[in-house]
Design a protein around this ligand. Sequence first.
Ligand code: HEM
Length: 473
Amino acid sequence: MTITPVGWMIIVITIVIGAVLLLRPKKYAAKLPPEYKVGMPVIGTTLAFGRDPHGLLREAYHKLGEVFRLNLGVETLVVILGSKAHEFFFSATEQNFSLGEAAKRFTRNILGDTQNDVMGKKQGYDADWIGRGMRPFYTTFFPACIVKQLTETFGALADSGAVVPFYQTCSRCITMLNILCFVGEDAHDKYKMELAQAMDDIETYGADPLGMILPVPARFKAKNARDRLSKYINKILAERAETNKTEPGLLQVLQDIKATNLHGKLFGVFFAAHTNAAGTMFWMLVNIMAHPDKRAKIMEEQRILHEEYGDRFDSSVMSKVPYLHACVKETIRMYSLLMLFRKAMIDAEFEGYAIPKGTQIAVSPVLVHNDPKYYDNPHEFRPERWLEDPEKVVMLEESRLFVPFGHGPHRCSGERFAMQTMTLTISYVFGNYRLELVDAPPDKPWPIPTPDYRKAVGMPTPMTDLMVRVKRL
Ligand code: HEM
């Protein structure tokens, strides 16, 4: 069949009209959120975000209020803040606002081939098994593991007299603890160095921003680290099968429930369980060292506890230390995650603003937790705020103005484990050791490093680490 010139003209006109209709900006009943722009046109906001993401978000919040838009080159981000925003964001179903879709770029080099199974469209991160699997361990197994690891980390430092970078020390202590609790004591005793190195490498190379979009060396190094971790997990499983042994821990739970994609699920837990816990341990100990009056209160609470329960550290004893819990809550309030993300799978609307399908939506717990509208003198480390006014605490929690562990379908599965680890850490470290800042008088309050939010959208790392020596009391 031949096409006449008029026929060609009709085809071309149809294609052009179709393209114009497809490409024209879509009109929404509601207006888009106001855009916050800084610096040079097109790339200025992206550059400012790379330099200081926390600073940029804070500025935008002060200037534009609780809903704004950032154009970050590859992505347009709608940021929503405050009580209504948290309810809207955290309560949404995975089908409407997807964590799985939003996190795909961040997790591709962490989870590798297992990503599609672990971060499925329907469930985001499929975490129900973690909460259920951990439940039997809280009474005695986890407390015993936590004390064993703290003894190993802080005891070895006290014995050697070594001067160490403190954030790195907390980070390694949490990695080792995760190996003990999640893989098992046999793995910890035999392969902890190899496992820890592989986990550190997955986190370092897997979270490399360039590796998320291009096949740069970081991507291959992350794959190599995942392969090493898998090899050791297989080795441990083979040794257990050979000796007909079982070991408490999440690896055993996965075997007991005959989980598919066991390696991917375990990688996901390691990733979720490390950075935020390491950050909490560091910022909490540093803030306590910076406030001798708070340290004195901790010691007094510990003295009373010790008189009544001796050296017992199980969960029933640790529930009787309100000031320790308040210290942890105050730390995760001040140093919360910078941002949490969802991808809009539908056209949505919030407070009269359109959120078109495909948009990345973010909340910023750290901005809300440090807003003087909700917290008096928010930049002051004051654990007492969690004990003085119980009604206010209930109000903050119920109106979603305190969400350090998120809320709703994706609420943190490790919240109880994290609280247990942190309260035991304060109790054990201050009950047995003295932390000294190198080149500073022993009794002087520690300086608090500037939080750095550039390396992760989660908890901050310190801009400069503190060099510390540990001594026995
Ligand atoms: C102080 C330490 C921790 C903090 C501040 C923290 C914070 C959070 C937050 C805010 C979320 C919600 C993410 C979202 O809504 O997008 C989350 C999710 C999660 N956390 Fe934690 N977390 C901590 C420790 C842990 C630990 C120790 C584990 C280990 C089991 C863990 C496992 C998880 C998992 C698996 C999820 C995903 C849940 C889901 O998608 O259903 N977290 N965490």
